[in-house]
Design a protein around this ligand. Structure first.
Ligand code: SF4
Length: 371
């Protein structure tokens, strides 16, 4: 039995946020029931694994109607969850009801991840969110009342005309609420999104302002006992996201649902991204995999370093050697030397990790590890 993290993709959203390039869709509510039906088949297919964590993401899983959520809970209930340490569902304010939260709790979910993004209503409107700050507070309080004691909140900095003062205000409000976990992402203007057409670089905070916002988050969160364990992720002690750690540690995970990805025994799989086609394929062939690639040794080494250096503790040099039967310096000697000399990478106590400056320009540093 392989130990895995299980990701379940729910592609439905009430409205598409302007900045979003995730595989999520609005106006597809008519497909919800059949989607959940075929997910049941895919869940059945992976039941012989030792499930360590579950993450239901999207899209907006809490946008599923109560009947569909219950049905999904029944499918998951058929899995052996005795090894499951963490079970997360993502949701958005405005799609929660008390009834849905109770269904979710009964499914065994013990971690909630709520997308807020900012505390200013005008900013939320500007980025196409369906909720205001008050909706978020109502959802958060409802979740606490129902007994969720491990909550993550997603926020974004670098939004159009967002100032450091506004960002501070968002963080201050959240620190007062004291969620167990905060994910602070920097906005990326992705081609193909509504944002890309609406805004240009001049509407967005410049690089120095982005760095200032990031530094603000690091300082404020540290002062309030949030420990940074990944470039964008902060948690109270003992509340790191176990599921995401599986990705950054390059361990086995299986993704089910449309567009989902898997990494399993050194192979990468991808499911059909088109929701309708995904349902058809599952109904017809009980399989929706459209890509199936064997990772080469180089792929595995790259991914181990690329993902591993996202963690603040970095990677263990010995672990690299044990996994790949190679000395890390024989593969990356030059790159490591260069970034250590430029104070972007630090080696200490058998670990390699990014310095503060290295984190700020992590895209540049990490891309150097592509073989
Ligand atoms: S709710 Fe999340 S997945 Fe849906 S459109 Fe907005 S950002 Fe994308």
């Amino acid at each position: 039995m392989e130990e895995i993290a299980l990701y379940i993709h729910i592609p439905f959203c009430k409205q598409k946020c302007f900045y979003c390039d995730f595989p999520s869709f609005c106006s597809m509510e008519n497909l919800m029931d059949s989607y959940i039906e075929v997910l049941d088949k895919e869940i059945e297919n992976i039941k012989n694994n030792k499930i360590k964590t579950i993450f239901i993401g999207g899209g907006t899983p809490t946008y599923l109607n109560s009947k569909a959520l219950k049905r999904l809970g029944e499918s998951i209930g058929k899995l052996d969850l005795k090894y499951c340490e963490e079970f997360t569902i993502e949701g958005n304010p405005g799609t929660f009801t008390e009834e849905k939260l109770k269904i979710i709790k009964n499914m065994g979910v013990n971690r909630l991840s709520i997308g807020l993004q900012a505390s200013q209503d005008e900013l939320l409107k500007k980025i196409g969110r369906i909720h205001n700050y008050k909706d978020f507070i109502n959802s958060y309080n409802m979740a606490r009342d129902i007994g969720f004691n491990n909550i993550n909140i997603d926020v974004i900095f670098g939004l159009p005309r967002q100032t450091n003062k506004m960002w501070k205000e968002t963080l201050e409000k959240l620190i007062k609420l004291a969620p167990e976990h905060l994910s602070c992402y920097s906005l990326i203007l992705e081609e193909g999104t509504a944002f890309y057409k609406m805004y240009s670089d001049k509407d967005l905070p410049d690089e120095d302002s982005i760095i200032e916002m990031y530094e603000t988050a690091k300082k404020m969160l540290k002062e309030n006992s949030y420990y940074q364990y990944e470039i964008s992720n902060f948690s109270k002690k003992g509340y790191q996201c176990k599921h995401n750690m599986v990705y950054w540690n390059l361990e086995n995970y299986i993704g089910i649902g449309s567009s989902s990805h898997s990494y399993y025994k050194g192979k990468r799989y991808k499911n059909e991204p088109n929701v309708k086609k995904y349902i058809e394929k599952m109904k017809k062939c009980n399989n929706a995999i459209v890509e199936n690639l064997q990772n080469t040794l180089n792929d595995n080494m790259e991914e181990f370093v690329f993902l591993g250096l996202r963690k603040i503790r970095g990677i263990y040099i010995k672990e690299f050697e044990e996994r790949f039967q190679k000395d890390i310096y024989s593969v990356y000697g030059e790159v490591i030397k260069k970034h250590k000399e430029n104070n972007l990478l630090i080696e200490s106590e058998g670990r390699l990790y990014l310095s503060s400056r290295g984190i700020e320009i992590s895209n540049y540093v990490l891309s150097d590890f592509i073989i």
